[in-house]
Design a protein. Structure first.
Length: 88
């Protein structure tokens, strides 16, 4: 939607292209009647759809050597908070 020269629903991004890509993009736009911006959006959309969802990085796993249940951890956290409060 255009309002006062602004397209709503889209973010502006600047892309620097080497001259050969710019010439090919100009030619494709002229030949198809599709704007350069729309050709770029289509290419990015196709690339991202082909690559699938972003991969999540795995969180590190730390092994302390001891098994603790949630109640034990809660007790330790509560004791730590009590100690810090007593120091104030």
């Amino acid at each position: 939607m255009w309002v006062d020269g602004t397209i709503y629903g889209m973010n502006k991004t600047t892309v620097y292209l080497p001259e050969d890509l710019e010439l090919r993009l100009d030619a494709e736009s002229a030949a198809t009647g599709v704007s350069k911006a729309e050709l770029i959006r289509t290419a990015i959309r196709q690339l991202l759809e082909a690559s699938g969802p972003p991969k999540r990085r795995a969180l590190p796993v730390f092994r302390s050597g001891r098994v603790r249940d949630a109640d034990s951890m809660d007790d330790d956290i509560h004791a730590h908070i009590k100690e810090r409060a007593a120091r104030r």
